[in-house]
Design a protein. Structure first.
Length: 354
């Protein structure tokens, strides 16, 4: 199955509308929402084709830039997840005054061709939107004095808060879409079973696609591409592990149903012991534990434990402090205005999408 050019072309039109200076924030944002909805339907179609035995779309590994700041990386991570692709930040070692540091140079995107293409377009759209809103915030002037109201530091905090909030909203909406799709798919499957039971036309042989499960197999297939394995290797290994685990659970229940303890069942199933040896080992373990509990406790001087903060701890504290600043809060408010679900009603906008 090759990528449908019309799908990507429609997304391009939607995001070009979003970049249109004449479009309101509500219109621009709904364009983003519609673009994501198109890609969700696209993946649903691909999953249905593959579930029915068809051949799916090819995958690729591609580079994308703009990874200098943490808010950019967080936003790309959310977009990648929403488009069922893998994202890994690319770094290179650069010199600095006191040595070297690892600088983020871009992203490595792995996934289906259409998903990678759509993710790149969505990311560039949001980067441009963030740049425009930051510029507007930085250039805002007082109506009375005519002086610029916000410093460069305020503008940096603004775009930080904006990017983080956009990422949170993309992730939250994607979770809602997956949940709603699962509920709809499960209801459809139940209706088919009920119709078939009543002698109707309900076809239970046709698989019902659940995008939550599809997301997992996509991650596993992308992992195969990343490491050079044949696509399907990671999924096959996972299914083997699940089958072994299910079989072991069945054997555990079987041994315990015969009147033996969980410990004995564990020795038999997981340690591959005979039943006689498992019982003997269990008795020795119980005797050892009883002896340890009966023995007088030695007084030992407890060493004081001192927790040492990690780099992630310091970063989390710094992010928490930033989130209380006026610039950060203004960025979050701007991100909320970049509505992901408002209505769009202009006739001119509708014409642009045709």
């Amino acid at each position: 199955m090759n990528i449908d050019p019309k799908t990507i072309d429609r997304i391009k039109k939607l995001l070009n509308l979003a970049r249109d200076g004449g479009a309101t924030e509500a219109e621009a944002n709904l364009a983003m929402e519609r673009a994501e909805a198109i890609m969700l339907e696209n993946n649903l179609s691909i999953a249905a084709i593959e579930a029915s035995g068809g051949v799916g779309e090819q995958r690729l590994k591609e580079e994308q830039g703009n990874a200098n700041y943490r808010w950019q990386r967080k936003m790309m991570e959310a977009i990648a997840k929403a488009n069922f692709i893998d994202m890994e930040v690319s770094f290179k070692r650069v010199a600095k005054r006191n040595g070297y540091r690892d600088a983020a140079t871009g992203y490595q995107l792995i996934g289906r061709v259409s998903n990678v293409t759509a993710a790149k377009q969505m990311y560039e759209y949001l980067i441009q939107t963030a740049s425009r809103l930051r510029r507007e915030y930085a250039e805002e002037k007082s109506e009375t004095t005519g002086l610029v109201l916000h410093s460069t530091k305020d503008a940096a905090l603004f775009v930080d808060g904006l990017g983080n909030r956009l990422a949170e909203r993309i992730e939250a909406r994607h979770a809602v879409l997956l949940r709603e799709q699962r509920e709809k798919a499960e209801a459809e499957a139940a209706a088919r079973r009920a119709s078939a039971a009543e002698g109707g036309r309900g076809d239970t042989s046709v698989p019902v696609v659940i995008l939550d499960d599809y997301a997992q197999t996509e991650r596993e297939a992308n992992n195969d591409v990343r490491h050079g394995y044949p696509v399907g290797t990671t999924t096959a290994k996972r299914k083997e592990r699940e089958a072994r685990s299910a079989e072991n659970d069945r054997k555990m229940k079987e041994v315990m149903a015969a009147g033996y303890s969980w410990d004995i069942a564990y020795y038999v199933v997981y340690m591959q012991m005979t039943l006689e040896r498992a019982i003997e080992t269990d008795l020795k373990d119980r005797a050892r534990k009883a002896a340890e509990e009966a023995a007088p406790k030695k007084k030992t001087k407890e060493r004081a434990y001192r927790y040492r903060k990690t780099r992630e701890d310091y970063q989390a504290e710094w992010d928490a402090r930033k989130s209380y600043t006026a610039g950060w809060r203004a960025g979050e408010a701007a991100a909320n205005k970049v509505s992901l679900d408002d209505q769009i009603a202009k006739e001119s906008s509708a014409k642009k999408l045709r």
